[in-house]
Design a protein around this ligand. Structure first.
Ligand code: 0X9
Ligand code: ZN
Length: 452
């Protein structure tokens, strides 16, 4: 750690420093490849980039407003990739990395002090802090919040689900999970903010009386810790394989639906390595087992990822194939996007995950849909641009938390109105509140549809 400084912050003393390049894996010479795909010819090229380059470059995200795709190119491949693109008449830029993403503010772990919602809104937390936070929330709201262990990660960390509004009845469930990709840090904060807000604010009690929420705030704890301490760009799990110099599998290629087919790699060193077999990753096995145990009740599913500001709906394992109820998925997706926009004008685009820049099989959203979960999505959170990418500055966390919360609330309201068991509420104000929420949903939905 370089330039440590002792600062007084609130009641506690916090050590702040900056991770120096030597703390993290060195990415000197690596570039961000930016391809503008507005032209149909270039878009087709980008969709088939693997065949053209002979390998699948590490996709970072896309800026759909500027119609740019971003890839992370290894130092030794930069010249060759650039030559190939030029030979194919593909205009592109090889940009330097924003070194700020490697200068993540590191604080002394606050294990002995309480992690608060302020922390969730203004800084990235380590895994222990995340777990400490959900424990505190469970203690604070014992009637509303229960913790459930789903299993262990490869390195033995607990994968914990937070069940909110589980009163033993058969209410429909909305399931949210976060951070299957280790480097997509904002997703963890969004999940923790959701847990706290739904559990603590009386305004959501009525919603919770009809819909249960299950949130898994960290589905890849090993990968996340590794990304925090060793390699900022780490995406996969941390499984080790004998006789291989590379470890980890892309857990979002490891689900048992069209496993190992398109948009995956069978090479252990690839960022999109799909694992030795479907559910080879203990994290994926724990998640799929848990979901399957109550799949008939789960009506909504969202996997939180970053970045790109997109609400993706199935199918994503191939192109131009949609579930029979795709119109419902689009309609609710647009209602979610409209609710986000209403907060601060941030735009999310609702698109099919396979028709975008690349189909990818073995992802959680497709698998959830294949198990009969009607509203299944992947949300690529902010930012939209690659300038900060996976390291969204900490002062922007709060806004993304609030925006994503709106989207999830819309899904919960939709699940309530379609699948909720009608009941007479004891409190008049609770039902009035629910009516307001439903009315808001209808308005946002009609606005969303207007966007076309
Ligand atoms: O590629 C992924 O796993 C997701 N994008 S990310 O940049 N966060 O890695 C998108 C998954 C979309 N869903 C399917 N293709 N099924
Ligand atoms: Zn992701």
């Amino acid at each position: 750690m370089k330039f440590p400084a002792l600062l007084l912050f609130g009641a506690g003393i916090i050590l702040i420093g900056f991770a120096s390049a030597s703390d993290y894996k060195n990415y000197d010479g690596f570039k961000i490849l930016e391809v503008k795909y507005a032209e149909p010819r270039v878009r087709r090229y980008v969709q088939e980039i693997e065949q053209h380059l002979g390998f699948m470059p590490d996709f970072l995200g896309e800026n759909w407003k500027l119609q740019q795709a971003h890839y992370f190119i290894e130092k030794d491949s930069v010249a060759r990739v650039s030559r190939q693109l030029t030979a194919n008449n593909i205009t592109h830029r090889m940009r330097d990395l924003n070194q700020n993403i490697f200068k993540v503010r590191k604080r002394r772990d606050l294990e002995n002090s309480q992690v608060t919602i302020q922390d969730v809104n203004y800084r990235y937390l380590n895994y222990n802090e995340q777990m400490q936070f959900i424990n505190t929330v469970a203690q604070q709201f014992p009637n509303t919040v229960k913790l459930q262990k789903l299993g262990n990660s490869y390195e033995g960390r607990s994968i914990t689900a937070v069940r909110i509004g589980d009163d033993g009845t058969n209410k429909p469930i909305v399931w949210i999970d976060a951070g299957i990709h280790a480097r997509e840090w904002i997703s963890y904060n969004v999940a923790l903010y959701l847990i706290y807000t739904i559990a603590s604010e009386p305004a959501y009690r009525d919603l919770l009386s009809s819909v249960q929420l299950v949130v898994v705030p960290n589905t890849n704890p090993d990968g996340y810790e590794y990304s925090r301490t060793h390699d900022r760009m780490w995406r996969k799990t941390r499984s080790r394989f004998t006789n291989s110099r590379c470890g980890g599998a892309d857990a979002n290629r490891n689900y048992p639906f069209y496993w190992g087919t398109k948009g995956v790699s069978h090479s252990q060193c690839s960022e999109i390595y799909c694992g030795t077999r479907a559910q080879s990753e203990p994290e994926v096995l724990a998640l799929t087992n848990a979901i399957q145990r109550e799949e008939t009740r789960i009506k909504g599913y969202i996997a939180l990822h970053s970045y790109g500001q997109e609400i993706l709906y199935p199918w994503g394992h191939t192109m131009r194939q949609y579930p029979s109820d795709v119109q419902d998925l689009i309609q609710v997706g647009q209602a979610m996007a409209a609710a986000v926009k209403a907060i601060n004008n941030t735009e999310y685009s609702v698109v099919n995950s396979g028709d975008g820049l690349y189909p990818a099989a073995g992802a959680s959203d497709d698998w959830a849909k294949s198990r009969g979960i009607k509203f299944s999505y992947t949300i690529e959170l902010s930012p939209i641009d690659d300038e900060t990418g996976f390291t969204l500055p900490e002062d922007r966390i709060n806004q993304v938390n609030r925006e994503a919360f709106q989207a999830i609330q819309v899904l919960m309201i939709e699940v309530k109105s379609r699948f909720g068991i009608p009941k007479v509420t004891s409190s008049a104000s609770a039902s009035a509140n629910s009516l307001i929420l439903l009315k808001r949903l209808r308005t946002t939905m009609s606005r969303g549809l207007g966007r076309g």
